[in-house]
Ligand binder design. Structure first.
Ligand code: ACO
Length: 335
């Protein structure tokens, strides 16, 4: 009997503190017009002192559990995707594990940057298909704001990112009559371009210490991005992997109701939709309100769609992301 995995609950958690483009104008030489025109972003959320990534992850996870009618004790495992771990080690998932008060189930962090949620979904799907787990909490969680250079020096990157978490419960669906589930997932990476979008330090690649005063003075603990290079690759790789995953799932592009694309930049997604002939109304976005929340952006979109009643049972949904690494991935779901 083939076991398929399906999403049975979604949730999200974002900080309350809203930072508008006009707020950023007070910190750096930028403008609302520049940010909106280049990225589509109007505002994003930043944590306040005392708020923690695992707190956002907990909020998203509890909402996903509630939506599924489950308790933390019903879970068999937790996979949390992040590029902004709460501490160097252990990963954010362990702090989430404690907050949820789950029994001694396995948990781990997964690092695939903006494609992290799709890599984590693929992992949960594989565990479920292999019969190792029945119910997995998959979380994308980022706190970017404490790692951004919020001065003019860092404006090409810092205006783009926001804080947030999204979560889904993935469950075994052994019912052959129920067609809902993850139909196909495909993942790729190209380490050749690792330094095109990265944070150099702190890291064990720096010697003799993981971070030095010189690195801090040079701002090498802030993200560095070759924006145009990233843009060019994102708009090529996302259509490629979407087509590959549609083929693998045996699904026609026109039969897909929703394309939920990673929220890196509205222009990237407009480009992808146009290149593939996808009607823009099939590509909802939330980047206007939340900026780029990396691994959290796709589960946040799923949660917004599910709660608004846009995602209807039986619909086909395509997910795709591109990010640092480089990484890119896609999944086709039947809701
Ligand atoms: N406000 C005002 N001016 C700015 C800002 C800012 N926040 N940032 C950069 N500028 C200036 C630059 O200094 C430059 O000025 P100059 O012409 O005097 O030198 C000018 O604007 C143009 O800068 P570019 O970097 O060439 O701008 P570009 O048109 O490439 O747009 C952007 C930048 C929006 C980052 C674009 O390259 C992009 O979208 N790249 C994709 C990368 C992306 O979205 N990354 C997100 C993370 S990765 C991921 O999740 C996939």
């Amino acid at each position: 009997m083939t076991i398929r995995s399906k999403i049975v609950g979604t949730g999200m958690g974002v900080p309350e503190h809203v930072v508008t483009n006009h707020d950023l104008e007070k910190l750096m030489d930028t403008s609302d017009e520049w940010i909106r025109q280049r990225s589509g972003i109007a505002e994003r959320r930043h944590i306040r002192e005392g708020e923690r990534p695992s707190e956002l992850a907990e909020r998203a996870s509890r909402r996903a559990l509630d939506a599924a009618g489950l308790e933390p004790g019903d879970l068999d495992g937790i996979v949390l995707a992040t590029l902004s771990s709460e501490h160097d080690f252990p990963g954010t998932s362990f702090f989430l594990h404690r907050r949820l008060g789950v029994p001694e189930i396995p948990c781990f962090d997964l690092r695939a940057q903006c494609s992290g949620f799709l890599y984590a979904l693929a992992t949960a799907d594989a565990y479920i298909r292999a019969g190792m787990m029945r119910r997995v909490l998959v979380v994308g969680c980022e706190v970017h704001s404490t790692g951004l250079d919020l001065t003019t020096r860092g404006r090409n990157v810092s205006v783009l990112f926001g804080d947030g978490a999204g979560a889904v419960i993935v469950e075994a669906n052994p019912d052959p009559e129920d067609r809902a589930g993850v139909l196909a997932v495909r993942m790729h990476a190209q380490g050749e371009h690792a330094e095109r979008l990265w944070i150099e330090a702190p890291g064990s690649g720096s010697y003799p210490l993981r971070i030095t005063a010189e690195q801090v003075a040079a701002g090498r603990h802030f993200p560095q991005m070759e924006g145009r290079f990233v843009f060019k690759h994102a708009v090529t790789r996302m259509p490629e992997v979407l087509r590959e995953t549609l083929d693998a799932a045996g699904v026609k592009q026109d039969d897909v109701s929703w394309f939920l694309l990673h929220q890196a930049n509205l222009r990237i997604n407009e480009f992808v939709a146009q290149a593939m002939g996808i009607p823009p109304e099939k590509c909802p976005s939330n980047i206007e309100r939340f900026g780029n929340c990396s691994a959290a952006s796709i589960p946040m979109l799923l949660d917004e769609g599910a709660r608004a009643g846009r995602l209807e049972p039986g619909q086909l949904i395509a997910l795709a992301a591109f990010g640092s690494g480089f990484t890119w991935a896609s999944a086709i779901l039947r809701w």
